[in-house]
Design a protein around this ligand. Sequence first.
Ligand code: CTP
Ligand code: K
Ligand code: MG
Length: 181
Amino acid sequence: MAILETIVIAFWAMLPAYVPNNAAVLAGGGRPIDGGRTWDDRRVLGDGKTWRGTAMGIAAGLALAAVLTFIAQDVSSALGFDVPAFTPLAALGLAGGAMLGDILASFLKRRSGRQRGAMFPGLDQLDFVVVSLPLVALLDFEWFQSWFTLEVILVVVVLTPILHVTTNMIAYQLGLKNEPW
Ligand code: CTP
Ligand code: K
Ligand code: MG
């Protein structure tokens, strides 16, 4: 498989997991998931993980998966190789897993004494990959196996931190995000 093809497939397949975090930044606010609760004098998740942000993030990921599925055949013909159409379970695994990974990362940040917004290099960039890919494999193994080859997974692991740093930098410059990470 040509490297460019692999990159396009990896990016396309991960889009429903990429967009929830950005949608949550735009839609976030309101009641925090942990309801303000603390554990050992530290918040369980913090004010940065809200019900609204999470719901809107998942909804945005599912909506994008639906749009990509709708155009997958035409795009595949135009490109000369196949890009994935998403099954409902694959879409749910990607979008839900991305938000769950982000929430688990905040849990780990609070446990390790990091305040809301603190940087946690590595975790910040890959938390949603680490949870969304296994969740997709769990929910729809056939779909996962047919698209996430070893090459695609390698590209995802390299590409995701680059995209994450770039989009967060842009969101920070635009005043949408409080920190550039
Ligand atoms: N957000 C949200 N709900 C989520 C994820 C994000 O409402 N499940 C919104 C919050 O307004 C949050 C912003 O998106 O402040 C940025 O997200 P993120 O960087 O993940 O949160 P932080 O505020 O940095 O908090 P943390 O340290 O817990 O990551
Ligand atoms: K985060
Ligand atoms: Mg943050």
